[in-house]
Design a protein around this ligand. Structure first.
Ligand SMILES: Nc1ncnc2c1ncn2[C@@H]1O[C@H](COP(=O)(O)OP(=O)(O)OP(=O)(O)O)[C@@H](O)[C@H]1O
Length: 328
């Protein structure tokens, strides 16, 4: 086990099965996370981001794969042993309101999380509550208030205070700003970034919006229908995208920021249904460049740089970041 990494996710897969169909929600996902790193997983709704995050926390059990956290494979760990690890891994939700008990004031909410740190006196817990609430930009007096007395952004601050109360190493931020307006989004992102600098947390940032994660991420993974289709440093993803789907996502941002240097003709992209072939690239049905080479590609990533990989054989030699029009 390489101690360079706080987290190593190896080949995790998860299918959800109902009476009449099976959804391959996560397909052979692999990535790692260094201490203090901010890693984002980006993709459209239903691509498997939340399932991946929950599998890491073992709130959902994967069908296959390994999850190494601080040198231990937590996927095979008993629930009892896992309980000891739990405080080191926290999650921040899109809607903190639904996870904050409305009958508890903020002091009680935070104290509950702090209490996992056994042996603290009442006074020490009080001091820790005050430290936490001010570190997320709220007032000591706010400790006496109840969740409904706060705005959405303030509630997210309370959710963050509660997550950091257990002094975690890893925080999974699942769409933490999607429900907030633009100004508040920026404030919460700045807060998360500041806390990361001050305390060295590692984050997995889950978002459907590339522009949200652009300024906070060290590296970004692009996910499509259960697969990571491209992963790289933030500037590699933004300045030299290789996968057609990454370009599609970037193009949708650049339409809002009109100085686009991408020139893909997206009218040729079709709808997003997956063919029932586990060896086939998940983007095949929407991709204008697909052919027989798009089969048998799972886990075969083209290496662009030491940090940049793409699950597409058809675009990798395009170094310009422009559209890879390799029509067959
Ligand atoms: N408990 C479940 N039972 C059945 N199917 C599920 C379950 N949870 C998720 N899914 C399905 O798995 C796929 C991936 O869902 P997931 O929530 O992980 O995606 P997501 O990228 O996080 O989407 P969103 O941004 O909308 O939350 C979707 O097709 C979803 O409908």
């Amino acid at each position: 086990m390489d101690n360079e990494y706080l987290l190593e996710v190896k080949n995790i897969s998860k299918k959800f099965t109902s009476k009449d169909h099976t959804i391959p929600a996560v397909r052979n996902v692999n990535f790692n996370l260094k201490n203090g790193e901010i890693f984002s997983i980006v993709g459209e709704s239903g691509c498997g981001k939340t399932t991946t995050g929950r599998i890491i926390l073992r709130l959902i059990e994967a069908d296959t794969g390994e999850i190494w956290f601080k040198g231990k494979n937590i996927r095979t760990m008993s629930k009892r042993t896992l309980k000891g690890i739990r405080p080191s891994m926290q999650i921040i939700f899109q809607d903190p309101y639904s996870s904050l008990n409305p009958r508890m004031n903020v002091r009680k909410l935070l104290s509950e999380s702090i209490m996992t740190d056994k042996g603290l006196s009442k006074q020490e817990v009080q001091q820790e509550c005050e430290r936490l609430i001010t570190s997320v930009g709220l007032e000591v007096d706010d400790l006496n208030k109840y969740p409904h007395e706060f705005s959405g952004g303030q509630r997210q601050r309370i959710g963050i205070a509660r997550a950091i109360a257990t002094k975690p190493d890893l925080i999974i931020c699942d769409e933490p700003v999607s429900a907030l307006d633009l100004l508040v989004q920026a404030q919460i992102l700045n807060l998360l970034k500041k806390l990361q600098v001050d305390y060295g947390y590692s984050y997995i940032f889950i978002s459907h919006n590339l522009s949200v994660v652009k300024h906070v991420s060290d590296r970004i993974a692009i996910m499509y229908l259960g697969q990571i289709v491209e992963v790289g440093k933030t500037d590699e993803i933004f300045e030299s995208p290789h996968h057609p789907y990454t370009k599609l996502l970037l193009d949708s941002i650049l339409k809002i920021e009109p100085n686009s240097n991408l020139d893909l003709d997206y009218e040729c992209f079709g709808g997003g249904e997956m063919e029932n072939d586990e060896d086939l690239c998940s983007f095949y049905n929407r991709c204008p460049f697909g052919d027989e080479n798009c089969r048998n590609f799972e886990n075969e990533y083209e290496r662009i740089t030491e940090t940049h990989y793409v699950a597409c054989k058809k675009t990798h030699h395009n170094e310009s970041g422009k559209a890879a029009v390799i029509r067959s």
